[in-house]
Write a protein that binds this ligand. Structure first.
Ligand code: ADP
Ligand code: MG
Length: 328
């Protein structure tokens, strides 16, 4: 299979590219036409075999995840997806890998009306993926990291820590009942980008970020850029782990401190963390309902810099944030 046969067979979509895309795969450039009054939102993410995913991961799940992590960035800005490019490095052009990879990728793209509009294809020592997503957001309306204010409530979507549990189980540092393992493994391999929630939070949230490197680390970016601090209600946060994904799971098997560590330090969650003034509490809940996404208030923004956690029976103590750093 040549490079061009590969592109034609797996990545040239026959369907019309979709709203906002004038020209997709096949020419020197794709052409996008954001609606009048909109700004383009652009974000890239790389995934490298052995670094971001295990070589054993099913190619269909990898296709899903590669786009999901990029859509999660658009979600965090409140942008509507338009299209994306895919740059693909492969050791060999293997149809048995490419077919399910493209299926997982394009299924999620279809769900979000986000067309594959171009890319590049090259030989590489290990599977290397680089995606760039393009979205649109009303001018001046994007959700940014720098807008949190003291007094705002701190919210998170969905569940946190599930992917970390799955990773620990893969590493063999803990063992989980089969049903729990399957549930958290789904969450690690097939994350759900909160695209509808992000758009529903425009004009409601004061700041937002997607949680990819662990809540504590990612929230730290918001706190520094907003020049504020936060206090998390530990009892609420430690409940965010898989207990709710799998109601029958005996979460008590792990201490609350251990669960809090996974929730705050986890990684690979692809949930949204955001802030909003208390008077918008109802509007946040409405945004959650409108997007069929669970949202929970787990703390507050405070003037004093840094992140603190408070148990009901203990005074607030500083949290030492340790988000994942590729060069640490
Ligand atoms: P160029 O030589 O101008 O970089 P290429 O020959 O690399 O163009 O690609 C031909 C067309 O196929 C372009 O429209 C490019 O965007 C698209 N393309 C290449 N690789 C991919 C890919 N992995 N996924 C989607 N489109 C791709
Ligand atoms: Mg090229």
């Amino acid at each position: 299979m040549t490079e061009f046969e590969l592109i034609d067979r797996f990545f040239r979509q026959s369907a019309a590219p979709g709203a906002g895309v004038v020209l997709g795969v096949g020419d020197d450039c794709a052409l996008l036409a954001p609606a009048p009054g909109m700004q383009l939102a652009v974000s890239s993410d790389m995934l490298v075999e052995g670094r971001h995913f295990l070589p054993t991961v099913a190619p269909e799940h990898l296709g899903h995840k590669a786009l999901a992590v990029n859509l999660s960035d658009l979600a965090a800005c409140g942008a509507r997806p338009l299209g994306f490019t895919l740059s693909l490095g492969l050791p060999r052009p293997d149809a048995r890998w490419l077919e399910p990879f493209a299926r997982g990728l394009l299924a999620l793209a279809g769900e979000h009306g986000c067309a594959l509009v171009g890319g590049d294809t090259t030989a590489a020592p290990v599977i290397t993926l680089s995606l760039t997503v393009l979205g649109e957001v009303p001018s001046g309306g994007a959700l940014l990291r720098g807008g949190a204010c003291a007094g705002d409530e701190l919210w998170v979507s969905g569940h946190l820590g599930d992917a970390r549990l799955a990773l620990e189980a893969f590493r063999g540092t803990l063992s989980l009942p089969q049903a729990v393992f399957e549930a958290v493994r789904q969450r690690m391999e097939r994350p759900t980008p909160r695209v509808a929630l992000g758009q529903a939070l425009r004009g409601v949230a004061s700041s937002a970020i997607d949680v990819s490197d662990g809540l504590a680390g990612d929230l730290g970016h918001v706190l520094r850029q907003s020049r504020v601090g936060a206090c998390i209600q530990a009892e609420l946060a430690c409940d965010l782990i898989a207990a709710q994904t799998v109601p029958a799971w005996p979460a008590g098997q792990f201490t609350r401190k251990q669960r809090l560590d996974w929730v705050l330090g986890g990684g690979d969650d692809y949930e949204l963390a955001f802030t909003a003034p208390p008077e918008r509490h109802g509007a946040v809940l409405a945004a959650g309902r409108a997007s069929a996404t669970t949202v929970r208030c787990i703390g507050r923004i405070e003037p004093q810099p840094g992140l603190r956690v408070a148990w009901p029976d203990e005074p607030a103590t500083p949290w030492v944030a340790a988000g994942f750093d590729h060069f640490a």
